[in-house]
Design a protein around this ligand. Structure first.
Ligand SMILES: Cc1cc2nc3c(=O)[nH]c(=O)nc-3n(C[C@H](O)[C@H](O)[C@H](O)COP(=O)(O)OP(=O)(O)OC[C@H]3O[C@@H](n4cnc5c(N)ncnc54)[C@H](O)[C@@H]3O)c2cc1C
Length: 444
C-alpha cells in the first residue's frame, strides 16, 4: 500500500509534467484502468476485484512514458502499463495498486521503412496494418483484437492473423524496442534483436515498451473466405488441407454450428452449419475452393479489401468464445487454450473431456491451436480436465491465472538488471502451481 501523501505528491508531479488532464485520481477512471478481459475466465472473475490503481497517467509520447516511469520510481510507486485492456489473463490488473500508465495517447506511427514499421506503444495494430498497406506492405501478424496496442500485443499477446507463416510474436516479429526502465531519471533503453525479444510477452514486468519496431513484408492480395459445412468434423478436414496451401493462408478458423450461431449475424455464416473463415491469397483462391468442396463444404462468400480481412480476423482466436459468452444469457462458459494435431485426430475424445465441450480451432503455425469451451461447473472441474487433455496428446495453456508463464527464468534474469526493486507490474511474476503441474512439452 502506498500512502495517500505519496500518491498526492506523485499526482502533482505528473500534473506538472503532463498537464492536469494527463493524470487522474477519479474513482471511475481508476476502476476502469484496473480490470481487463480477465472476465472471460469465470475462475478469475470470481476473484475480482484483484487490485485498484491509485492513479492513472496518460503520457502522449515515448519520452513522456519514460518521464512517468522515472517519476513513479522516485516516489517508489508501482507501475502497471496498460494498452487497450484486452488482455484476458488479468495480466494488466494492478495487483498492488499504484500507478496505471495508460499508453493509448502515445499512438504516433513514427516511420515506415522497407520491411519495418516503428510506432509508439499506444498505436493500434489495426493502424499499423493500414499504414503498412499504404506503403504496399503488411504486418507479419496482428491479434484478433486488432484495436489493441502494439505495446500491449507485444507484452501481453502472442499470435493471431499471420501466425500460420510467422509463429508467435517472440519468433522474430520484433526488430527493436525503446523501453522505459525504472530509475530516478527518464531512461529509454534501445534494444534490438534477441535483446528486444526478451521483453516480449512479459506483461510489462521488466520494462515499459515506449516505442516498437516490428516486421512488415510485401503486401499480398488477400481474400476473406467464408465457407460452411454440414458437420464440424468436415470443417476440421478443411482446416488441415487449407493450412498447407501455397502461399500459406493468413488465417484459417473454424467453429461448430452451436458456436458459429453466437457470432454477429452474417449471411455467410448460415445457421445450423459449421463455419470456416479464412484469409487466402487470391492466387490460391481456386485451389482453396476445391479443398473446401473436397472436404464437404461450400464457399458462402469471398470478400475483398483490408476492412474485410480485418473483419475475418476479429472473428478468430478468443473472439468466438467471447461472443458465445456474450450471446448466451444465463449460461456461464469457460475455455482452455489447447494445441496439437490431436485436436483434429481425436476431436471427439478432446471435446468429451468436458461435458458439452466444443472446440474453436485455428490452423496455427507448427500445429493447430484452439479454445476448448464448455459450461462452467467449478474451478476443480476445469483443472481436472488438464491432465486428461495432456493424456490425449493435447498441449494445454491455462487462461485462468495472471502470472507470466513463458520464459520465466530468462525474465527473472532480465528483471534483476532492469527492475531490481520490483516496481513494474508487481504480483504477476511467480511460479504458478498450474505451470508446475503441466510438463513443459505439454504447454502450447
Ligand atoms: C476476445 C479476445 C480476443 C483476443 N485475441 C487475441 C489474439 O488473437 N491474439 C493474442 O495474442 N491475444 C489475443 N487476446 C488477448 C489480448 O487481446 C492481447 O494480449 C492484446 O494484444 C493485448 O493488447 P492491449 O493493448 O489490450 O494490452 P493490455 O491488455 O492493456 O495489456 C496486456 C499486458 O501487457 C502489459 N502492457 C501493456 N502495454 C504495455 C507496454 N507499452 N509496455 C509493457 N507492458 C505493457 C500490461 O501490463 C498487461 O500485462 C484476445 C483477448 C480477447 C478478450
Amino acid at each position: 500500500m502506498t500512502s495517500t501523501e505519496t500518491i498526492e505528491a506523485l499526482r502533482a508531479e505528473l500534473a506538472a509534467l503532463l498537464g492536469e488532464r494527463g493524470v487522474s485520481t477519479d474513482p471511475k477512471t481508476r476502476e476502469r484502468a484496473s480490470v481487463d478481459e480477465a472476465t472471460m475466465s469465470p475462475i478469475l472473475s470470481e476473484q475480482l476485484p484483484l487490485g485498484l490503481a491509485d492513479l492513472v497517467a496518460h503520457p502522449a509520447n515515448a519520452e513522456e512514458i519514460a518521464a512517468v516511469v522515472a517519476a513513479a520510481t522516485r516516489h517508489r510507486v508501482p507501475v502497471t502499463a496498460r494498452g487497450k485492456g484486452t488482455g484476458n489473463y488479468g495480466q494488466g490488473i494492478p495487483l498492488r495498486g499504484g500507478l496505471v500508465l495508460d499508453t493509448t495517447r502515445a499512438r504516433a506511427v513514427v516511420e515506415v521503412g522497407d520491411g519495418v514499421i516503428t510506432a509508439e506503444a499506444g498505436a493500434s495494430m489495426a493502424l499499423l496494418e493500414r499504414t503498412a498497406a499504404a506503403s504496399g506492405q503488411q504486418l507479419w501478424m496482428y491479434p484478433s483484437t486488432a484495436q489493441s496496442t502494439v505495446g500491449g500485443f507485444l507484452s501481453g499477446g502472442s499470435s493471431g492473423t499471420g501466425t500460420i507463416a510467422h509463429g508467435s510474436n517472440w519468433e522474430g516479429f520484433v526488430v527493436a524496442l525503446d523501453v522505459a526502465l525504472p530509475g530516478p531519471e527518464p531512461v529509454l533503453a534501445h534494444v534490438e534483436g534477441e535483446d528486444a525479444r526478451t521483453f516480449v510477452h512479459t506483461y510489462g514486468t521488466a520494462g515499459v515498451i515506449a516505442r516498437a519496431t516490428v516486421r512488415l513484408e510485401p503486401a499480398q492480395d488477400w481474400r476473406a473466405v467464408y465457407a460452411s459445412f454440414p458437420t464440424f468434423e468436415e470443417a476440421l478436414g478443411a482446416v488441415r488441407t487449407l493450412r498447407a496451401l501455397d502461399p500459406l493462408p493468413r488465417l484459417v478458423s473454424a467453429d461448430r454450428a452451436a458456436v458459429a450461431e453466437r457470432l454477429p449475424a452474417d449471411p455467410a455464416i448460415p445457421a445450423g452449419r459449421a463455419s470456416l473463415r479464412a484469409i487466402i491469397d487470391a492466387v490460391a483462391l481456386e485451389e482453396a475452393s476445391s479443398l473446401i468442396s473436397a472436404a464437404g463444404g461450400v464457399v458462402e462468400d469471398v470478400r475483398e479489401g483490408t476492412q474485410q480481412t480485418i473483419k475475418v480476423s476479429t472473428l478468430s482466436y478468443n473472439h468466438p468464445i467471447w461472443w458465445l459468452k456474450k450471446n448466451s444469457p444465463g449460461r456461464e462458459y469457460f475455455h482452455v487454450e489447447v494445441g496439437g494435431e490431436a485436436l483434429i485426430d481425436r476431436i471427439h475424445e478432446v471435446e468429451a473431456v468436458y461435458p458439452g465441450g466444443m472446440l474453436h480451432i485455428e490452423a496455427g503455425h507448427r500445429f493447430p491451436i484452439g479454445m476448448l469451451t464448455a459450461e462452467y461447473t467449478g474451478a476443480a472441474d476445469v483443472y481436472a480436465g488438464y491432465a486428461k487433455l495432456v493424456e490425449l496428446g493435447v498441449r494445454v495453456h491455462s487462461p485462468h491465472q495472471f502470472y507470466v508463464d513463458h520464459g520465466v527464468e530468462e525474465l527473472l534474469a532480465l528483471k534483476q538488471r532492469t527492475d531490481p526493486d520490483g516496481l513494474l507490474n508487481p504480483g504477476h511474476l511467480g511460479v504458478p502451481e498450474l505451470a508446475v503441474t503441466l510438463p513443459a512439452q505439454a504447454k502450447i
